[in-house]
Design a protein around this ligand. Sequence first.
Ligand SMILES: C[S@@+](CC[C@H](N)C(=O)[O-])C[C@H]1O[C@@H](n2cnc3c(N)ncnc32)[C@H](O)[C@@H]1O
Length: 248
Amino acid sequence: MGRRWFKPVLIHLAAALLAWFWIAPAVAPLAWAGLQGIAATLIAWLVRERGWRLALYAGFCPALLGLLQLGVPSWVYLVAALLLIGLARNAATESVPFYRSSQAAVDAVAERLPPGGSLLEAGCADARFALALATLRPDLSIVACENALLAWGWARLRWWRAGRPKNVCIVYASLWSLNWHDYDAVYTFLSPAPMARVWQQFQRQGRPGSLLLSNTFIVPGVAPTVSVPLGGPLQQALLIWNHDYERH
Ligand SMILES: C[S@@+](CC[C@H](N)C(=O)[O-])C[C@H]1O[C@@H](n2cnc3c(N)ncnc32)[C@H](O)[C@@H]1O
């Protein structure tokens, strides 16, 4: 597991102690939680956290206290934590959350893969993308991997309900553990965090002439061969690299 959880934990602990300096949590818990939120936001900003993460730092402790005061039974937290880990463990370990490609992305990929080609979908979530692509391109052979247990179970269920299409195979595996040499193309929709590693794996294992397709997220320092606009505010472009790439 990566150590990305370390930073938020330290920031919250430091903010909790700082807030305690002025307000005793046992005497005025709400005021203490509010001050903790302000302190956590300030510390996070100082250590260069930005954007929506700052809102999480501000709201975490007050929200936790609010829930405790509502008297929610402890098993609810356990179930919520298990659901979260089952669906989105990679948000903590790989900085990759659970969300899905748009139909525009499916259409763009469908138009650009070679006839009868093989595709690895690296991190398939609930396999909506893989199944939609297989419907548009029944000639493709698609392997979709996922290593978050509930997401994988959901993907298998979708596959089953879609009539168990023979050209889609849903596997429980980490995308790093598979050999990318087995495929004509690899599709990713991950986050900025793993893209340098994705590129290294593609360079090391990809077949000459094979394609790397990334929904929106760039490979640092390597211009794509093709960029197809997807028209969405979050899913902006389908980026494609050839294995025998040239640096631009
Ligand atoms: C943003 S979602 C994209 C889902 C799907 N590819 C799509 O485009 O609709 C990324 C998925 O990759 C999965 N993932 C992240 N790291 C992974 C890894 N090392 N091995 C397998 N799956 C991974 C996450 O669990 C998540 O479900």
